[in-house]
Design a protein around this ligand. Sequence first.
Ligand code: HEC
Length: 153
Amino acid sequence: MKRKFKKIAIVFLIVFIAIQFYQPKQNKGYTIDIGENFANNYKVPPSVLNSLQKACYDCHSNDTKYLWYDYIQPARMFVESHIKNGKKELNFNEFASYSNRKQQSKLEAISKEVKSGDMPLSSYTLLHHDAKLTKEEKEAIIVWIDKTLNSTN
Ligand code: HEC
């Protein structure tokens, strides 16, 4: 029995080491077009921008701040797939390239996600404690989006 366990452990170790060699391209070094950048097209209060950057930009921008364990497989695969799917839905670095209608609906969606607490993903905040938004930070985002949407309508 003991020997069997040892064998299984060795197989796991080999697989674990082997998958470390699979390192997909990092979400870094993309040219960040400041013309299309969210922060350059909206009058975002610095505190609101700061909240969005710490809680959302890792999956919704062209520049992820990776932590050391983000590089360890199989976590790495989940991280990259979250970034890929997150950017497809919302990319703060390309925000101004969306049509006006899409920008408005994305602002509404951001407010909704923050209100419901669905974003940032809980699987992410589990390890990225700093990305959690306080009640005050959430409120500031929601209030600012309401104000912005009302002034553009
Ligand atoms: C760990 C990665 C991750 C983080 C961090 C993250 N998101 Fe997302 N987000 C995703 C993924 C993946 C999707 C697409 C699939 C889904 O909806 O679950 C998404 C989708 C969205 C959408 C699209 C929903 C829609 O119906 O249009 C919005 C809006 C959004 N996120 C806002 C935010 C906001 C705001 C934050 C920060 C407060 C945030 N996200 C943080 C991964 C993330």
